[in-house]
Design a protein around this ligand. Structure first.
Ligand SMILES: [Zn+2]
Length: 219
């Protein structure tokens, strides 16, 4: 799959997601935990980038009445066969570029890129497949900051990183839309507004794709 094809797939998924079950689930969840929307969780983290004294952002015990299903974008992608091996290969390849460690994170957090130490942390509570997706996302942040810096806002940076991660996953035959599309839409629900960032998304994606090729050769 070329980057262009993957980008078009992202655009299709984005536009058709509106009517999908996952997006409805995500909206229902966000409505229940209004003060803890996905955007807020990231902002909470950004306001406290050190120390990692995070309280659980989604305290499920505070819900009353019927249970709200936890959306994939909060609980993470489910595992599938071969994901463990893929994660090991990815870790080996990514660690040539940037240090990666595991850490315990509250529900809804899957990892982060520390801009000061230039290192990646992954949630030790996630599936191997989710770790792979997160690795692409955080590596995209790393590449953005170190190789393709610009004056993008936080929203735009998140949009770019997750779009690039989606494209890299597509290249490996992984459809991460259940996770990626709500995440992207939670930052800005307007795909057209981001078309001007397409060039940067594609630059970063192409770096991520060279990594996936390396993994494919090594296997
Ligand atoms: Zn991010």
């Amino acid at each position: 799959m070329t980057i262009e094809e993957a980008y078009n797939q992202l655009q299709d998924r984005f536009l058709s997601f509106e009517n999908g079950e996952d997006w409805k689930q995500f909206l229902a969840f966000s409505a229940r935990f209004r003060q803890y929307s996905l955007c807020n969780t990231v902002l909470i983290y950004q306001q406290r980038p050190t120390g990692f004294k995070l309280t659980s952002v989604f305290d499920l015990s505070q819900t009353e009445g019927e249970e709200v299903p936890i959306p994939v974008s909060i609980k993470g992608l489910e595992d599938r066969e071969g994901a463990d091996l893929l994660r090991e290969k990815m870790l080996a390849a990514v660690r040539k570029e940037v240090p990666v460690s595991y850490t315990t994170l509250p529900l809804g957090f899957h990892g982060f890129y520390d801009i000061k130490t230039r290192s990646i942390s992954l949630s030790n509570g996630d599936s191997a497949l989710q770790n792979v997706k997160t690795l692409f996302h955080e590596l995209a942040h790393h590449l953005h900051e170190t190789t393709f810096p610009g004056d993008e806002t936080t929203d735009q940076k998140e949009f770019i990183a997750e779009s690039a991660a989606f494209i890299a996953c597509s290249a490996l035959g992984i459809d991460s839309s259940e996770y990626s599309i709500p995440y992207i839409k939670s930052w800005l629900d307007d795909f057209a507004a981001f078309s001007k960032m397409r060039a940067k998304i594609e630059k970063i994606s192409s770096k991520l794709l060279s990594l996936t090729e390396e993994i494919a050769i090594a296997s």
